[in-house]
Structure formats: C-alpha cells, structure tokens
Design a binder for this molecule. Structure first.
Ligand code: SF4
Length: 417
C-alpha cells in the first residue's frame, strides 16, 4: 500500500508529455494536461477528461459526458454504446503507447501493474458481472456516488409517490442474512482491487432502514464485521492514515430512509445502528407543505419527518434532507416555499447535516406528468425552481455553515454509479 502518491513523467515519441499519478485509490494519467484518464486499481476506467468534456463511466458501462456550453451553462448527455466503445478504444491506444515506454523505466510503485490491468480489462465481462451482483442502482445521494453499494433490500416498499419511478421495475424485498452475506462477498469480488476507491458503504435500495430492527441489526453486523469503520470524529490525519492503511476501511454506513419507516424506529434503534457504523441518513422531505405531500402521494407527513430527524439527531446521527424544487408548479408554490422553510427550521440541523435542493425532473415513467396535465398544474422551468430555492433559503432561520447545515444541489441527472 502506498504511503503517498507516486508521480512519473514521460515524453512520448510524438512529443506528448505524460504525467502518471498513482495513490492508494487510483491511477491518473494526464497527457499534455488536455486529456486525462482515471482508473481504479483494478484497471477499470472510471473517468476521463478530453478537451473540456468530462466523462464519468459507471460500473454498469454507461458513460455520462458533461461540459459547459457556449453560454457557460452546464450540459450533459449519455453516450451511445458506440460512443462509449470509442472512448474505451481511444483510451486503450493511449495506454498501450504509454505502457510500452513506461516498461523501460524502474517501477517501484506498481504503476506498471495497474497499466497492465487497464490494458487487459474486459469491460463487457465486467458489465455482465455487475448485473449478476446488483439490481440497477437507481440513485444515491450526491456525496455517496463513490460508495460501495450493498443492497440489503431491493426496491421501494411504497412506490406510491407520483413523481418517482426509480424502483417501479422491481418488487420490494428484504434479503436474508445468508443471501446478503453472499451479496457482500460478490460485491467485494466484483470490485477487486478497485474497492480502494470506494470509501463508504451505502445500504440500498430506496429505504433499507425500513427493515424491522430484529432483521436489520444482523445485516448491519455482517457489514461491520466485513469492513473496518472509521471511528467517529477521527481527526483528518487519522482518517487519511486509516483509509490508506486498508482498502476495506470505510468512513461509515449511509442509507436513505422515508418518513414512515423512520417513524417506526425509536432513538435507541438509531443508536444501535450508529454503534454498527451508521453515520448519515438521507430523508426525502420533498416539501413541508402537507397538501402538496398528499397530492404527491408521499407516504409520510411533514411533521413525522421533522420528528424522525429530531430522533436521528438525538441518536447522534447526521442527516441529509432532500427538498424537491418546482414540484406542484405554481398551484402549490407559496405553500411549498413557506411550509418547507418552516419544516427545515423545526429540524435541529447543525454543521454535520446537509440540506439538498433537487430541481424536479419529471420522469415520463411516473404518473406525475399525466396527473399534472389533467389538473392544469404547470411544469416548472429553471427560473421558477431557482426562485423557489432562493425564497426557501431566505426564510431559513438555521445558522449558515459551519455552525448550520450545508446547502447543496442534488441533480439527479448527474448520477452515475
Ligand atoms: S420517492 Fe422514495 S418513498 Fe416515494 S416511491 Fe420513490 S423511492 Fe419510494
């Protein structure tokens, strides 16, 4: 295991300057600083940057391209299968040239090993193995995109919310301890040396904490036995050394919860989960406005979610609260803004917590659009959603960071796993 990063500089025969950087998580290759490839230690391409376009490759094989358009606005699109193949082919050509030249210099840091893995990596096989180990990973919170996902459950136990089609492709079910143990082993095998890039555990799917406590604790115990979890409040230096020292070392366990499931857990339940490594729980408040929540067929009331957040905070957990911008259009606008700010203000949020503002992106597979059309509810545009965020923020009485919760964007369109 590398103590720090190792750096190597090469000049290729065509004059291109190459910088290779290897640390305990990744190998990064930069060519003339215009073209950058990032690999995990299994040799799997996870990202690239090519003349202003940023590519994120998911382990499911899909590639999201992001760039700034001529008006400096963020733009993004998924590459076609052919384009994704083209990106891999270009990368292989470059890595082949580099590894030939790199082979003649001394290699005390195993850069050559990762280059060899990158050249030999079988992407088609990797995608097939991913689908054998995982059901689709539909969404994660923005700070968990690099997590090791472990699916203790599949699907959502509600699937009622009119705006959400994330889990309508699968029935809800809870894995048995034996099945979950084998899933954890398969996930470790799938990521291989690439695990060192995954520094937290996300207990999936939509609301894994709905699992009754007597069934949940054995599953979380399995996780705590398989992965060393960073002690809480470890200073930065301890945290760095911890993560460098063991590729399985994790910063904690993270999960979504819905308000109704959280209602069924008491503070002692949350404390027991914290003792097993749970650090932050993400709850989709969406809105504090009760008529809007009812119209959206959310399974829980705003007051229940405020109450659940208070209990999680009392148990020493951190929370991420997700607010949906623009949903319900102008019909619910004023109530949404005022009641959401009121609900957030009623939560005991501090500097360890995050309020996420998520611009509503209607999913054609969900019933929302047809209901909204039938009832004359307008579709929100960017300006309207920006205005809602500004007005909610203006009404917050919570302190600003670092004493109060961070305010962060949550754009579902950026999600890649
Ligand atoms: S928003 Fe959450 S609770 Fe509602 S259907 Fe989607 S995953 Fe389930």
């Amino acid at each position: 295991m590398l103590a720090t990063a190792s750096h190597h500089h090469l000049t290729l025969s065509d004059g291109r300057k190459v910088h290779l950087r290897l640390n305990h998580e990744a190998l990064t290759i930069s060519m003339d600083e215009l073209l950058i490839y990032t690999f995990d230690l299994a040799g799997r391409l996870v990202g690239a940057f090519d003349h202003g376009v940023n590519y994120r490759r998911g382990v499911d094989g899909r590639v999201l391209a992001r760039w700034r358009d001529e008006r400096n606005r963020r733009a993004r699109r998924w590459l076609s299968g052919e384009e994704a193949e083209g990106l891999l082919a270009r990368m292989r050509e470059d890595v082949e040239v580099i590894s030939k030249q790199y082979a003649v210099i001394s290699d005390p840091y195993a850069v050559g090993d990762v280059l060899a893995r990158a050249l030999a990596f079988d992407y088609a096989l990797d995608v097939r193995r991913f689908h054998q180990v995982y059901r689709p990973i539909s969404i994660l919170p923005p700070d968990q995109y690099q997590a090791l996902v472990l699916q203790a459950t599949e699907g959502c136990s509600f699937n009622t919310c009119t705006f959400c089609a994330l889990y309508r492709d699968r029935p809800f079910r809870i894995k048995s301890p034996a099945e979950f143990e084998s899933h954890v082993a398969d996930a470790l095998d799938f990521f291989g040396p690439g695990l060192s890039m995954r520094r937290s555990i996300f207990l999936a799917d939509a609301n894994a904490l709905i699992i009754p406590q007597h069934r949940l604790l054995p599953l979380m115990t399995l996780v705590a036995r398989a992965f060393p979890i960073l002690p809480e409040d470890a200073p930065t230096e301890v945290r760095r050394a911890w993560l460098r020292g063991d590729p399985r070392a994790m910063t904690g366990v993270f999960a979504f919860v819905d308000g109704l499931s959280a209602e069924r857990k008491g503070m002692e339940d949350f404390r027991a989960m914290r003792a097993l490594g749970l650090r932050r729980v993400y709850i989709g408040l969406e809105s504090g406005h009760e008529p809007l929540l009812t119209w959206l067929r959310k399974p829980s009331a705003a007051a229940e979610m405020v109450d659940a957040v208070s209990r999680m905070k009392d148990a020493g957990l951190h929370v991420g609260v997700i607010v949906l911008l623009g949903v319900g259009g102008h019909r619910f606008d004023q109530g949404h803004v005022e009641d959401t700010a009121a609900a957030l203000n009623a939560m005991p949020l501090d500097g360890d917590d995050i309020i996420y503002f998520s611009p509503f992106q209607p999913d054609p597979a969900a019933p929302y659009l047809s209901i909204a059309r039938a009832e004359g509810v307008d579709r929100p545009d960017d300006a309207f959603m920006d205005s809602q965020r500004t007005r909610i923020l203006a009404r917050l009485t919570l302190p600003p960071p670092p004493a109060g919760p961070k305010r962060a964007p949550y754009n579902l369109a950026d999600f890649v796993y």
